[in-house]
Design a protein around this ligand. Sequence first.
Ligand code: ADP
Ligand code: NA
Length: 332
Amino acid sequence: SFSPRVFSGIQPSGGLTLGNYLGAIRRFVDMQDSGIETLYCVVDMHAITVWQDPEALRRQTRELTAGYLAAGLDPARSILFNQSQVPAHAQLAWIFNCVARLGWMNRMTQFKDKAGKNAEKASLGLYAYPALMAADILVYHATHVPVGEDQKQHVELTRDIAAKFNHDFGTEFFPMTEPVIEGAATRVMSLRDGSKKMSKSDPSDASRINMTDDADAISSKIRKARTDPDALPSEIEGLEGRPEARNLLNIYAALADTTVAEVLAEVGGQQFSEFKPKLADLAVAKLAPISTEMARLMQDPAEIDAVLRAGSERANALAAPILKRTYEIVGM
Ligand code: ADP
Ligand code: NA
């Protein structure tokens, strides 16, 4: 009985990567064009769970918004906004901090990855991050969340929080949100290490393609990507145990909007020396226009700020009545 509504967000904690583009933003654009109401957020409150230089955070917030716009998100068809400009996220997050259990948080693998060996030094915010993410989603009664595979566990936790809230207060107030994890590139891996996710926070720039990379940088990173010495197979089964080959084919298929099976039908039998230039050409053709448009948009920061302000007003209007009703249910 909840009308379909899409929410997702990306942290302005560094430049956008090809992983963010294929795993998230491309899906955001697809869903914008599906006719369902869509909200896409710059989640700056998540970004500060690890240290962010204030000037860098301001710049990255604008750059991420420019990335959204350059990739095809349209403020007339999607609500594009900034998390910290909609206080209801933080207000609902506090209630969810009181609903979620410590044991649930202790199972979150992203916290373990990000906190590393010295978890005692991690911020309390990094630990509570999944409860804030649940609030981001549920403060709009969002039913669908397009994300990469690494966020699946957090969306499941969102459902656990909604279910416990509904149960504890004897209500059906919050929906059971579905993650939408689709396409050939739901987990883009590092170009230097096939066992690691491509990430904006990886210290090695050669490990990732940045959305701001120019044609030369994109080509050179793909040419230097780690691979094995074998030729490409003509069937998917031949990619078993070859994570680097699998990753490059996933990227190719996602950029070409096709499947890995179809790509292999064409390139099976080729060496990487032949395949990589094709992948580089495709990546440049798809990504260079976006990075050019991002650079153009970044010349007018006031315009970007105005897009976020207008979107945040619309988001506030949707969130305020849901927060108000939540307070009433809780007895506040
Ligand atoms: P990052 O992991 O680069 O810091 P975020 O945590 O802000 O980025 O994630 C934003 C969105 O991008 C999420 O939906 C996430 O699942 C997706 N994403 C991030 N990295 C990848 C990747 N390597 N492959 C696919 N999707 C990704
Ligand atoms: Na992530």
